[in-house]
Design a protein around this ligand. Structure first.
Ligand SMILES: [Zn+2]
Ligand SMILES: [Zn+2]
Length: 190
């Protein structure tokens, strides 16, 4: 069972957890069938003094269980965050929201540096990799046409319709605002 990650509700679907346990969690020492296979980063706020931010003891973080991400214990123990901390939109002011997103939410891998949408004063939820076919299947064409920001993505919208594929060499990442329900995409070329 996975804890509820409100900003990343299906991290098995996005393949940021693997399910081939049992493994021993490096943080809590308990057996876990599901372990984290996503990115993490040195916490800039904590590591500024050492000058070696982003230098992380990767071997020590093999087989991290979902619970140790959700309760913040892994971020504390390893002085890490799970997000690259690159936002599209305004940074939410609420310190607990910042902490939950940076330290208690699984990150994601993409070709470029991962971006994360914010809206309505909060982080959006990440729904995963999509192409235009999936956007059409979800009936989101008009909404995405409306919210799409060429300046963020660097591609004309016509290219998004014709050249993006789920998990493809050019993919989109779909975000949804947890408050107003609006959907947004980033475009991620390899
Ligand atoms: Zn654990
Ligand atoms: Zn919103």
């Amino acid at each position: 069972m996975l804890p509820n990650f409100k900003y990343h509700p299906d991290p098995l679907g996005t393949e940021m957890f693997r399910q081939d346990g049992p493994k021993t969690c490096c943080c809590c020492g308990r057996q876990t069938d599901i372990w984290y296979d996503g990115p993490y980063y040195g916490d800039r706020n904590l590591n500024d003094d050492t000058g070696d931010d982003d230098e992380m003891p990767y071997e020590k973080m093999d087989f991290l269980c979902p619970g140790c991400i959700a309760d913040g214990s892994a971020a504390r123990k390893y002085q890490c965050m799970f997000q690259a901390d690159e936002l599209v939109g305004e940074k939410p002011e609420d310190a607990d929201k910042q902490d939950e997103w940076l330290h208690r939410t699984p990150g994601y891998y993409c070709w470029q540096e991962p971006l994360w949408y914010t809206h309505c004063g909060d982080y959006c939820e990440l729904l995963g990799s999509v192409g235009w076919k999936e956007i059409e299947e979800m009936g989101l064409e008009d909404e995405i046409a409306d919210t799409y920001d060429e300046n963020v993505n660097g591609f004309e919208f016509s290219f998004v319709r014709e050249g993006t594929y789920q998990h493809g060499h050019v993919q989109c990442f779909l975000f949804r605002c947890r408050h107003c329900g609006r959907h947004f995409i980033t475009v991620d070329p390899d």
